[in-house]
Ligand binder design. Structure first.
Ligand code: F6P
Length: 552
């Protein structure tokens, strides 16, 4: 596909001029001027989800110009390239096919002349059969007992994804206890080991490459711990499993070939929860629910593939994001799920978006002159309201944010849910409109009057003003079901894809992460030999010496 620099397009020049006219317009005025703004700037997905993007600093013209940009940048063609298995991850010469993992139509998708759906379905069936054995108690550990605990050992996409989903779908979970160990800090593994028994635990070593240091160290320590009890290497077959694209390394680790759940190089690590990396999700909620989860993602894939530009939710959300980062100069984007079970959702998309679009070289190998991926962050509502929302209401930064809100709660107690909803409504309203002009004037009048009675002065009225004009998207979802969570994750994945395409960067590699990994290995190698070692700068040397002084 032709690589186009977005700032050299005609639509970009139009947007630049348009921005000059709109940059100071207030959301308050946009809503006053158009009573139908909500209808014009919101889209329903099936009967399950409503995306309201009316509280953005855009007009009908802005949206038109942004959509023109998408068209000029051939977004639709790019989508086709991804869905048809083209090797769009050029720097690693790989296809990008997480959509194949949830291709419920089962239509053939080819990579190097092989229909990947055959392998996908084979592994899905293997996961189904195995999970049923474990959930029904038929899979026995080395002492003949059924399994009660599952430990997923992985990091990055091999941890954040399944952990986030398992938490978000807690209401669907069965009796199995699912644990996640990711950090190389021994504390993480130690604390999990305290909660489990070797006879009734299985370990899933989740690593696409099966070389990631954190995962391999944790897996080895778990194996040593386990063997201390079982004292028999053959017992590993009942307790250790690999979820990986690197079969040889998994075998070398000592995993039985039958216990390897394969996935493939065309699955990006941060998009791997749909692959065998999702085994812990299946063990938690059962295969039927996992299928519903895949169905939801597939439904969003269809929407993304078939919907015209102006009705295409991921495309519109990506364009709005580019609008803020590149014209308004916003640095971050927040995601606030108003659902406690979704407490890892922002962290998951932090990796997904920042690892994908945190790049500064374009597809032609040239240094980029515009802004690329935003910083993603967020916490569940309403907790965030009592932490950082103050800065959003009265600080100096423009922070576009998404509010994700289930209409039906899994836990209806008293009036909690309606209160939660009202808080979401209040926040998005306050962020958009700030303190109303009426109340501002009222306070001002009181202030003027009170200046005659100095002791009654409410001179704080100026400090109480909230300017508003902070943009938000509201995503209302009927309920966080497996299907709807699938829809939502796929929506954000595709938004990231469109952002990356528009920014003309390779979204599916992560070379920056490699630097730190290699340095850590080199430092470890040289740790006890730092004097006269030119490899070390004075700061790193000083830090190492201080560290060592505690072990003398
Ligand atoms: O952080 C870099 C990264 O390669 C991620 O993309 C990936 O999810 C993570 O490391 C773990 O990699 P692996 O699954 O190969 O252990």
């Amino acid at each position: 596909m032709k690589h186009i620099n977005l700032v050299q397009t005609r639509s970009w020049s139009i947007l630049k001029n348009h921005f000059k006219m709109i940059k100071n317009v207030h959301l308050r005025d946009l809503f006053l001027l158009d009573a139908n703004r909500f209808e014009k700037f919101s889209i329903c997905f099936e009967n399950e989800m409503l995306v309201d993007f009316s509280k953005n600093r855009i007009t009908e013209n802005t949206l038109k110009y942004l959509l023109d940009l998408a068209e000029e940048m051939n977004v639709k063609k790019a989508i086709k390239s991804m869905f048809s298995g083209e090797k769009i991850n050029e720097t690693e010469n790989r296809s990008v096919l997480h959509i194949a993992l949830r291709n419920r139509r089962n239509s053939p998708i080819f990579v190097d002349n092989c229909n990947v759906m055959l392998e996908v379905n084979h592994v899905l069936k293997k996961m189904k059969d195995f999970s049923e054995l474990v959930i029904t108690g038929k899979w026995k550990g080395y002492t003949g007992k059924s399994i009660s605990d599952v430990v997923n050992i992985g990091i990055g996409g091999s941890d954040l994804g399944p952990y986030m989903v398992t938490e978000a779908l807690r209401p669907y979970k069965n009796h199995l206890n699912i644990h996640y160990v990711s950090n190389i800090d021994g504390t993480h593994l130690t604390e999990v080991l305290k909660k489990i028994y070797p006879e009734t635990t299985i370990f899933l070593i989740a690593s696409k490459t099966f070389t990631t240091e954190e995962t391999i160290i944790n897996a080895n320590s778990a194996k040593t711990w386990f063997l201390k009890y079982s004292k028999d290497k053959s017992s590993l077959d009942k307790h250790f499993f690999a979820l990986s694209a690197n079969i040889n390394n998994a075998l070398d680790f000592g995993i039985n070939i039958k216990n390897i759940f394969q996935f493939w190089n065309w699955v990006g690590g941060r998009f791997s929860l749909w692959s065998s990396v999702g085994l812990s999700i299946i063990l938690s909620i059962g295969f039927n629910n996992f299928e519903k989860f895949l169905n939801g993602a597939h439904a969003m894939d269809n929407h993304f593939y078939t919907s015209e530009y102006k009705k295409n939710i991921p495309i519109i959300l990506a364009l709005i994001s580019i609008w803020y980062t590149n014209f308004f100069g916003s640095e971050t984007e927040a995601i606030f799920p108003y659902d406690q079970y979704m407490h890892r959702f922002s962290a998951y998309f932090q990796q997904s978006n920042m690892e994908s679009n945190g790049k500064s070289i374009d597809k032609k190998g040239q240094k980029i002159s515009y802004q690329t991926g935003p910083i993603i962050w967020g916490e569940p509502g309403t907790n965030g309201q009592h932490a950082f929302f103050q800065l959003m209401h009265q600080g100096t930064k423009l922070i576009p944010s998404d509010f994700i809100v289930p209409i039906i709660s899994h836990n209806h107690i008293d009036n909690h849910h309606i209160k939660l909803i009202c808080n979401f409504l209040a926040q998005t309203k306050a962020l958009a409109f700030g303190t109303s002009e009426k109340s501002f004037l009222k306070e001002k009048t009181i202030f003027k009057k009170n200046t005659k009675h100095l002791n009654k002065i409410d001179k704080n009225f100026l400090f109480k003003q909230c300017i508003g004009n902070q943009p938000t998207n509201s995503i209302l979802i009927r309920k966080i079901t497996p299907y709807n969570l699938g829809v939502l994750i796929a929506l954000y994945e595709h938004k990231i894809f469109v952002q990356g395409h528009l920014l003309n960067i390779f979204s599916f590699d992560q070379w920056g992460v490699e630097l730190g990994k290699n340095l850590a290995k080199n430092i470890y190698k040289n740790f006890y030999n730092i004097e006269n070692n030119k490899y070390f700068d004075s700061s790193t040397k000083g830090l190492i010496n201080f560290y060592k002084s505690f072990y003398k």
